[in-house]
Design a protein around this ligand. Structure first.
Ligand code: ATP
Length: 252
């Protein structure tokens, strides 16, 4: 299988103080890869290099020919006084058909929101609308830069479950940045821990046990990951009434 993107030996930033050095990365079709790392470790910069918005000083990025990328930004500030419905928002920058828009909203958990004002959406609804806009052109690769900032933990968990469902439905690969280690780790096939260079990478279990990862994030994270898994299983066994209620509320 050929990779969606393949980066080799990337270096970026001033020579004496590079932001990224010797970073290599592959994302295969249908794979969920998460970048974690402290503030300023170069995560957003790496995404921009992958998209082609920045050029590396050394190394190269290869994208599959004709690769369609959907991008969900870290945050998007809309002028609250500007009236625009969700449906109109999906027409920016290119108009889309109603059926297409509706399908993208449904797939992103934002079904029925088309007539709502953007300014009146909750944080979770807003993120799902950004996701809908990113899936409009049926991306083969979804790139998400801290997509759940400002969501509470059940909201984050629900968002990442949705990403997994999208990957299943449209078969896209996913490359995302997250700080919500304990939530996102369980939703990823592979985790890459970045701190200017790649400290460690592998399955969530491998990375959370790696000394380099523990040095950066402390040993508590492994415990949190285990705890999250436990809570998640538990909710499905009937202990999830509050969670369910919350989701229901958020969907409304
Ligand atoms: N175009 C650029 N040229 C030179 N340096 C840059 C450029 N863009 C970002 N940087 C620097 O690169 C470093 C890493 O920034 P980046 O935003 O990639 O980190 P991050 O890991 O995404 O951080 P955070 O978790 O805070 O979002 C910062 O010190 C930033 O100032």
């Amino acid at each position: 299988m050929s990779a969606l993107i393949e980066a080799r030996g990337l270096e970026f930033g001033p020579k004496g103080a590079p932001v990224l050095r010797d970073v290599s990365l592959r994302v295969e079709a249908g794979e969920i890869v998460t970048l974690v790392g402290p503030n300023g470790s170069g995560k957003s910069t790496l995404l921009r290099l992958v998209i082609g918005a920045l050029a590396p000083r050394r190394g190269r990025v290869r994208r599959m020919r004709g690769l369609r990328i959907g991008y969900v930004p870290q945050s998007l500030v809309l002028d609250a006084s500007l009236p625009i419905t969700v449906r109109r928002f999906l027409d920016l920058p290119l108009r889309v058909g109603d059926a297409e828009a509706e399908a993208a909203l449904d797939q992103s958990g934002a079904g029925g929101l088309g007539g709502r004002q953007m300014a009146a959406l909750s944080g979770g609804q807003f993120q799902r609308v950004l996701l809908a806009r990113a899936v409009l052109n049926r991306p083969q690769l979804l790139i998400l830069d801290e997509p759940t900032q400002g969501l509470d933990q059940p909201g984050q968990a629900a968002f990442y479950r949705r990403i997994e469902a999208l990957r299943r439905d449209i078969g896209c690969g996913v490359l995302m940045v997250s700080h919500e280690l304990h939530v996102v780790m369980s939703a990823s096939d592979r985790v890459i821990c970045l701190n200017g260079h790649i400290c460690c990478e592998g399955t969530p279990a491998v990375v959370s046990a790696a000394p380099a990862y523990r040095e950066l994030f402390g040993t508590g994270t492994g415990g949190q990951l285990a705890l999250y898994r436990h809570e998640h299983d538990h909710a499905h066994e009937g202990g999830g009434t509050a969670h369910h209620h919350h989701q229901h509320h958020a969907e409304g």
